[in-house]
Design a protein around this ligand. Structure first.
Ligand code: GDP
Length: 433
C-alpha cells in the first residue's frame, strides 16, 4: 500500500499532469486536495492532447477512481463542461469519479468579484485567473461559503435563507466598492445551481470516508497537487500566491486523511524555472536568448490562461526550500529535453543580497527576495537529444551530471526523469507504487 502526495516544487506548471497521469496507472485512486479549475494539467497519450482543469488525470485510466477532495473549490458549470468534454472524447466519467460533498462551491459573485478586484488593482495585480477561486476560499474561511451538499433539495429553505444574507452582502459590495451595476438574485442563483446540482449529485459522497476505507483495505492513493509550493498561501511568495495549501500537508486537510497515512512525497521539478503571473523570479532570463529558447522549446504558455510563462535557470535554493516544506522523499525532474541545445547550463546555488552577503535560504519576504541576485554554478551542456530516452544510462554524461547535481543540492533522491511530453518518454528510476 502506498499513499503518495505529488506536489509541484516551484511555481507550478512543472509537468505534474504528465507525471500524475503516468503514476495513476500504478495507483488505485487519484485525489485532488486543493485549488479549483485554475489548474491546467496537460496530458498527452496516444498522440492526443488533453487539458484538464479540475478532474484528476486518473480519469483517463480504466478501473481507477478519480476524487475531488473537500479542499477543492468547485465551479459546477466548469465541472459539468469538463465532464461533457471528456465524454465527447470517449472518456467515461461515471462511478469512476467522486466529489466531496464538503467541497465549497464557486458562486457567480465569486467570479465577478475576482475579475473586478483584479482590474481595480492595476499595477499591483496578483495575476489571478479570474475564475473566482480566491473569493471562494475567502468565503470558505469567513464561513460564508456554500458547500456542494447545501444544494440538496431537502435543505432548500434553510439554505435559501443563508444564501439570501450572503448575496445581500455581496450586492452591497458590488455597488459601493466595485461600483458595479451587476445585482445578484438569490432565486436565480438557487435555480441555476439546483439544476447543476442534479448533474453532480451522482458523484457526491463523503470522500474522506471513502479514501480512508480504501487505504485501510490496502489500496494505494496518489494525491495530486495543483499549482506549486512557492504559490502556497502560507509558505509561498506572498501575496503573489494562490489561495490554498499547495504543500504536501494540504493533502491531509484537503482530503480528510491523517498524516500517518502518507507514505511518500514526490516533488515535481522542471529542469529549469518558470513562473506565470506577477511576483519575483530570481533566476529569470528576461530579454535573454536562453530565456527565449526555454520559452519556445518548452512551449511555456499557460494551459488555463494562455499566458506566456517567464523562464529562468534552475533555482536550487527554491527547490531546497520546497523539499523541506513538503518533506519530499523523491524528485521527478521534467523537461530535461528542453535544455538539449544549450552549451552550458546554470544552477542557482545561493543568492547575494545588495550588501554583498551570501544568502543560502529563500527569504520569506517578497521584497527581500526581489532584491537578491542568484549565485550560479555553471555546468557543461550536453548538446545532443535526450528526447524520448527511457534508460538513464543512455543519457549523455553531462545530462546525468546535471541531474545528479540537482539531487545533491536539494538533498532529495531522483526517482523519475521526463524526457518528453508523452507518457512513454520517461525514465523511471524507482517505483513508488
Ligand atoms: P502541470 O500543470 O504541472 O501539469 O504542467 P503543465 O501541464 O501546464 O505544463 C507542462 C507542459 O510540459 C505540458 O505541455 C506537457 O505536455 C509538457 N511536458 C511535460 N513533461 C515534459 C517533458 O519532459 N518534456 C517536454 N518537452 N515537455 C513536457
Amino acid at each position: 500500500m502506498a499513499c503518495v502526495v505529488v506536489v509541484g516544487s516551484q511555481w507550478g506548471d512543472e509537468g505534474k499532469g504528465k507525471v500524475v497521469d503516468l503514476l495513476a496507472e500504478r495507483a488505485d485512486i487519484v485525489a485532488r486536495f486543493q485549488g479549483g479549475n485554475n489548474a491546467g494539467h496537460t496530458v498527452v497519450f496516444s498522440g492526443q492532447t488533453y487539458i484538464l482543469h479540475l478532474i484528476p488525470s486518473g480519469i483517463f485510466h480504466q478501473g481507477k477512481l478519480a476524487v475531488l477532495g473537500n479542499g477543492v473549490v468547485v465551479d459546477p458549470e466548469a465541472l459539468i463542461e469538463e465532464i461533457d468534454g471528456l465524454a465527447k472524447l470517449g472518456v467515461e466519467v461515471g462511478d469512476n469519479f467522486k466529489v466531496s460533498d464538503e467541497a465549497n462551491l464557486i458562486m457567480p459573485y465569486h467570479k465577478a468579484m475576482d475579475r473586478l478586484r483584479e482590474s481595480l488593482k492595476g499595477e499591483g495585480k496578483i495575476g489571478t485567473t479570474g475564475r473566482g477561486i480566491g473569493p471562494a476560499y475567502e468565503d470558505k474561511m469567513a464561513r460564508s461559503g456554500v458547500r456542494v451538499s447545501d444544494l440538496r433539495r431537502k435543505d432548500e429553505r434553510a439554505f435559501c435563507d443563508r444564501l439570501k444574507s450572503i448575496v445581500e452582502e455581496k450586492n452591497v459590495l458590488m455597488r459601493s466598492h466595485f461600483k458595479s451595476d451587476a445585482v445578484f438574485d438569490v432565486s436565480e442563483i438557487f435555480d441555476r445551481y439546483a439544476a447543476l446540482y442534479e448533474r453532480i449529485a451522482p458523484h457526491l459522497c463523503d470522500t474522506s470516508l471513502l479514501l480512508n476505507q480504501a487505504i485501510d483495505a490496502g489500496q494505494s492513493v496518489l494525491f495530486e497537487g495543483a499549482q506549486g509550493t512557492l504559490l502556497d498561501v502560507d509558505h509561498g511568495t506572498y501575496p503573489f500566491v494562490t489561495s490554498s495549501s499547495t504543500v504536501a500537508g494540504g493533502a491531509c486537510t484537503g482530503c480528510g486523511v491523517g498524516p500517518t497515512k502518507i507514505t511518500g512525497v514526490l516533488g515535481i521539478v522542471k529542469a529549469y524555472t518558470t513562473r506565470v503571473g506577477e511576483g519575483p523570479l530570481p533566476t529569470e532570463l528576461r530579454d535573454d536568448p536562453v530565456g527565449a529558447i526555454l520559452q519556445e522549446r518548452g512551449q511555456e504558455i499557460g494551459a488555463t490562461t494562455g499566458r506566456v510563462r517567464r523562464c529562468g535557470w534552475f533555482d536550487a535554493v527554491v527547490v531546497r526550500e520546497s523539499a523541506r516544506l513538503n518533506g519530499m522523499s523523491g524528485l521527478a525532474i521534467t523537461k530535461l529535453d528542453v535544455l538539449d541545445s544549450l552549451e552550458t547550463v546554470k544552477i542557482a546555488v545561493a543568492y547575494r543580497d545588495p550588501e554583498g552577503n551570501e544568502v543560502a535560504s529563500l527569504p520569506h519576504h517578497v521584497g527581500t527576495l526581489a532584491e537578491l541576485t542568484p549565485i550560479y554554478e555553471e555546468l557543461p551542456g550536453w548538446q545532443s537529444s535526450t528526447r524520448g530516452l527511457r534508460d538513464y544510462g543512455r543519457l549523455p554524461a553531462a545530462a546525468q551530471a546535471y541531474l545528479e547535481r540537482i539531487a545533491e543540492l536539494t538533498g532529495v533522491p531522483l526517482v523519475l526523469v521526463s524526457t518528453g511530453p508523452s507518457r512513454e518518454e520517461t525514465i523511471v528510476l524507482e517505483e513508488l507504487f
